[in-house]
Design a protein around this ligand. Structure first.
Ligand SMILES: [Cu+2]
Length: 117
């Protein structure tokens, strides 16, 4: 179980992390209004998934998410951080959510808001 998680985590970055890294070093600004000459990977996407773990200590959720074509990411389970206004207390295992997600950098993804439960 643990091993398969690590594997899917790695694949995720192999596919998606790369471009994000280039983008981050080129433009640290939060907003992107087409000033970048490179075609940037979408910084935010909407996806859905099922909560597989609630990590109160680190304010993270483990979620089995649907494919994210914008990031060339297949369906997989991974950890997401919650944005500062959100609480892990509002989530429970098995919960199905649709949410807006932002890639902070290669290694970090943050849930910005829940759109549907
Ligand atoms: Cu993923």
């Amino acid at each position: 179980m643990k091993r398969s998680l690590v594997t899917s985590f790695c694949m995720c970055f192999a596919l998606a992390g790369f471009q994000a890294f280039a983008q981050d070093t080129a433009s640290p600004a939060m907003h992107q209004h087409g000033s970048s000459k490179m075609k940037p990977m979408a910084a935010e996407v909407v996806t859905s998934g099922v909560v597989k773990g609630v990590l109160a200590e680190t304010s993270q959720l483990k979620i089995r998410h649907q494919p994210i074509p914008e990031w060339s990411m297949g369906a997989m389970q991974m950890k997401f951080s919650l944005s500062p206004g959100m609480s892990t207390e509002d989530f429970s295992n098995g919960q199905q959510i649709k949410f807006r997600l932002r890639q902070e950098n290669m290694m970090e993804f943050t849930i910005l808001e829940v759109l549907e439960e």
